[in-house]
Design a binder for this molecule. Structure first.
Ligand SMILES: Cc1ncc(C[n+]2csc(CCOP(=O)(O)OP(=O)(O)O)c2C)c(N)n1
Ligand SMILES: CC(=O)[C@@H](O)[C@H](O)COP(=O)(O)O
Ligand SMILES: [Mg+2]
Length: 628
């Protein structure tokens, strides 16, 4: 196998084009086999095999910079840069990261996980190169989905203006995670699909060349004719108008053509955009047939394409989706908005039931947030369905367009807490900190999936401004679901066990952990009062004052950053009240980025476990009792 002899990119330079094509076959086979065991972002990587080989065969990484947007499609890059032997640990605890990771390799020059950052990074590296007097090449590989992200368009605007030498390779497979959406997508489809459109380009350019060079006003008219004809017929003109030299569309699986096109592009001064057409899932028919399902693949049987365990969204996501349908049947104000995650956010059934009330804006969280604000200002009840980590992209819009004007936007924040294999770029552990400090914001988290339903009713009925319910990327407890869930009074917590030794204020799934600990240490005569702190904001101040009155030691538990989190708000409350002498411990995620692994391993690593809680409890006991 040729792949056995590929340990560094230079090994590619010894291969003929035919051998490179054979290598592509072997890499596809490798990916399908390895990911059948590990799972991972299969379809995106199958679509970018030839492109990644071409880049490493022609250029000198890491001197020449390859920047992969999102980075979920960089497995081929990892195979070619000496990491093929690490794929058994892909996305595993302390194993190889599923995204680009600088600490893993000198060839990983730009880390991501969130989309649409590659063009800005590429421009930064190109400007640095010129300032440093270097002459290396810079390539940004960006998908058609990521190209719909606002940052990408901001960067295009700048790149096209500065005219720096860099190459953008638009990997167009018509898919985001779900089918791509938007006007840019439609434009790319037109370029991609209209044979006449593309054939005309050669004829137009031939014709334009035949117009004799003439002087005077006729020359100016001829130029205008050339430009308007070009505008009408030449593909990629939008990119050209933005200052790019557009090349394409070309077949992104045709290795000789890719090599030739890249070589030709080297002669062009200024920014180049090469538009390659690929198939997401290429080479593995189940993934080609349904690249949405195979975007984030679970382990599977290669022959049948059957996943080894039932796939689908976590239970909380499904309960969110089904409950929203119930509520929308009765409340016509309800509209769901998703930034390119209809599947992951559990909105596919909602979209089927209410096609006009499920809005996928593409990878555009900032636009999604202010779109919701605009709708809410006119009496709609928008439900912004967004992963915690991706909500970070829209922070100013949440502050400036929603909270300040106090608009009735409901946030359904999925993947709140640890997310497992996606790791540090995707952990949903900062939204408590960045939302609770916002005036007018109400923030809640359910202890189980039935309480999620109650919180959704609460959120829809609440009309006094923004309200957010956050829920985890886990399956719930399998509790019975109320057929007619009742709303919850804003700012009220729930006492789950009547202990008198110490109180544990637990957020969301931490209630289950606290109950486990309470059960375990009861036999030692320690009675924990487990309180479901289901409103992160506003706090249940009456409950906090009562605990102070009882001189009850308190431990707070949240699967979120300790810095500025729920526990901090409890400390602040007592300080603001001038109540001293409270004995309080905060348990959350310490001040560092928690890497990939399972959610269980991530909780273990930061100490969000029943065992560690029990230890914390004992450390807070009065000394005489600590050794009893
Ligand atoms: C800011 C942000 N929003 C959403 C996502 C989730 N996400 C990951 S990959 C992806 C689709 C990317 O599509 P594309 O760029 O076309 O890459 P492909 O998988 O098709 O190769 C999305 C929406 C993300 N990573 N970052
Ligand atoms: C790469 C990316 O950002 C998405 O594919 C993300 O991994 C989806 O996460 P879930 O698997 O939790 O839907
Ligand atoms: Mg795509």
């Amino acid at each position: 196998m040729l792949l056995d002899h590929i340990n560094q990119p230079d090994d590619l330079k010894k291969l003929s084009t035919a051998e490179l094509e054979q290598l592509a076959v072997e890499i596809r086979q490798f990916l399908v086999e390895k990911l059948s065991v590990s799972g991972g972002h299969l379809s995106s990587n199958l679509g970018i095999v030839e492109l990644t080989i071409a880049l490493h065969a022609l250029y000198d990484s890491p001197r020449d910079k390859f920047i992969f947007d999102v980075g979920h499609q960089a497995y081929v890059h990892k195979i070619l840069t000496g990491r093929k032997d690490r794929f058994d640990s892909l996305r595993k605890y302390k194993g190889m990261c599923g995204f680009i990771k600088r600490a893993e390799s000198e060839h990983d020059v730009w880390e991501a996980g969130h989309s649409s950052t590659s063009l800005s990074a590429a421009m930064g590296m190109a400007m640095a190169r010129d300032l440093n007097g270097e002459d290396n090449r810079v390539f940004a590989v960006i998908g058609d989905g990521a190209m719909t992200g606002g940052m990408a368009l901001e960067a295009m605007n700048h790149i096209g203006h500065e005219k720096k030498n860099l190459t953008v390779i638009l990997n167009d497979n018509e898919m985001s995670i779900a089918p791509n959406v938007g006007a840019l997508h439609n434009y790319l489809s037109k370029i991609r699909s209209d044979k006449h459109y593309r054939k005309a380009k050669e004829e137009v350019e031939l014709l334009l060349k035949k117009i004799p060079a003439i002087g005077g006003t006729l020359a100016k008219t001829a130029e205008k004719v050339k430009d308007s004809l070009k505008y009408l017929l030449v593909s990629g003109v939008w990119f050209e108008e933005l200052g790019f030299n557009y090349i394409g569309p070309i077949d992104g699986h045709n290795l000789p053509l890719l090599l030739e096109t890249l070589k030709q592009s080297e002669k062009i001064q200024g920014p180049v955009l090469i538009h390659v057409i690929t198939t997401k899932g290429k080479g593995y028919s189940p993934a080609e047939l349904d690249s949405h399902k195979w975007h984030g693949a679970s382990p599977y049987k290669i022959e049948s394409g059957q996943f080894l365990k039932a796939v689908g969204n976590p239970m909380y996501t499904n309960v969110f989706g089904s409950t929203l349908i119930e509520l929308a049947e009765k409340d016509k104000r309800i509209v769901a908005v998703t930034p390119a995650m209809p599947g992951g956010s559990g909105l596919m059934d909602f979209a089927a039931r209410f096609p006009d009330r499920m809005i996928d804006v593409g990878i555009a969280e900032q636009h999604a947030a202010t779109l919701c604000a605009g709708m809410a200002s006119e009496g709609i009840k928008p439900v912004f369905a967004v992963y915690s980590t991706f909500l970070q992209r829209a922070y100013d819009q949440v502050v400036h367009d929603i909270c300040r004007p106090n608009l009735n936007v409901m946030f359904a924040i999925d993947r709140a807490g640890f997310v497992g294999p996606d790791g540090e770029t995707h952990q949903g552990v900062y939204d408590i900190s960045f939302l609770r400090s916002l005036p007018n914001m109400v923030l809640m988290m359910p202890k189980d999936e039935n309480e999620l339903r109650r919180m959704m009713v609460t959120g829809i009925e609440y009309n006094d401004g923004p309200i957010a319910v956050r829920y985890a990327r886990i399956n719930g407890l399998g509790v019975e679901l109320d057929e007619h869930p009742e709303p919850i009074e804003i700012g009220t917590w729930e006492t789950l066990t009547e202990g008198d030794t110490m109180a544990v204020l637990a957020v969301g799934p931490m209630n289950q952990v606290a109950l486990e600990a309470a059960e375990a240490i009861k036999k030692e005569g320690i009675n924990l009062r487990v309180i479901n702190a289901r409103f992160i904001k506003p706090l249940d101040e009456a409950m906090l004052l009562q605990l102070a009155k009882e001189h009850m030691p308190i431990i707070t538990m949240e699967e979120g950053a300790e810095m500025g989190g729920f526990g901090s708000s409890v400390l602040e409350f007592y300080a603001r009240q001038g109540i001293d002498g409270m004995r309080i411990r905060v348990m959350g995620v310490q001040d560092y980025f928690v890497e990939h692994g399972s959610i269980k391993e991530q909780r273990q690593e930061v100490g969000l476990t029943a065992e560690h809680l029990a230890t914390q409890v004992k450390s807070l006991l009065p000394r005489k009792r600590q050794h009893a």
